[in-house]
Design a binder for this molecule. Structure first.
Ligand code: ZN
Length: 223
């Protein structure tokens, strides 16, 4: 099931909650299977680089990663249950975006450029992955969500304040635009269905008859 993605504007506190680990594979029930299914479905609709269970309101330790990000073949998002992360390498600043920070904004975050992840896949098998560069950044971003950490929490206080102000401003404009569009639609619809205010009848003038032109008579040249 495609679920609504929680955002920092309405669910800032909820997104900061720490998620609970999945039980061992033989204890997976409907809750665990539905969590994986909803994460995959929501990711397939949102078409991002990754998504974490708490972003769709499920506080269990599971994320999905776009297979292209980590160089895996196929279209199905890679499911990582109970992922554990070990970072290494130089720190580098890169831009990040997140469905939970709406408005299409991006922020600069400094992160280690290498990581190792161990996790359980959707079939219950233990897996291990090493990543570098932007793949390592994406994995860290998604796994951070499981500990209630958003990328803005890793920015400096001033940059974070400015970015969140920008998000609020964009969302104010967006909701104002949506409200205006809804009002215009309602008013147009009322007029079409005849329930709206009556329009003045417009009278059109009769078409002018084309003027009759006198046939041109060629004057013969005098010789
Ligand atoms: Zn995110």
């Amino acid at each position: 099931m495609n679920r609504k993605i929680l955002t920092i504007l309405s669910d800032a506190k909820t997104l900061r909650k720490k998620s609970e680990p999945f039980p061992s594979v033989d204890e997976w029930g409907d809750d665990e299977k539905n969590c994986i299914k909803d994460l995959q479905d929501t990711h397939n609709v949102s078409q991002g680089l990754g998504l974490a269970a708490p972003q769709i309101g499920i506080f269990k330790r599971a994320v999905v990663i776009n297979p292209r990000v980590i160089g895996v073949d196929g279209d199905d998002p890679v499911v990582m249950v109970n992922p554990t992360l070990e970072t290494s390498g130089d720190l580098k600043t890169d831009v990040e975006a997140c469905f939970s920070i709406p408005g299409g904004v991006m922020g600069k975050v400094e992160r280690p450029q290498k990581c190792k992840v161990t996790y359980i896949d959707q079939a219950g098998a233990s897996k291990f992955l090493e990543a570098e560069g932007y793949a390592a950044v994406c994995l860290q971003h998604e796994i951070d969500h499981l500990d209630g950490i958003l990328y803005v929490d890793r920015m400096g206080p001033l940059s974070r304040k400015m970015l969140l102000k920008k998000v609020q401003k964009i969302e104010r404009f967006r909701s104002k635009g949506e409200r205006l569009a809804a009002e215009m639609f309602a008013s147009d619809h009322a007029e079409i269905s005849g329930s709206g205010p009556s329009r003045k009848k417009t009278t059109y003038s009769k078409k002018r008859k084309p003027k009759k032109r006198k046939p041109k008579i060629r004057k013969s040249k005098k010789r």
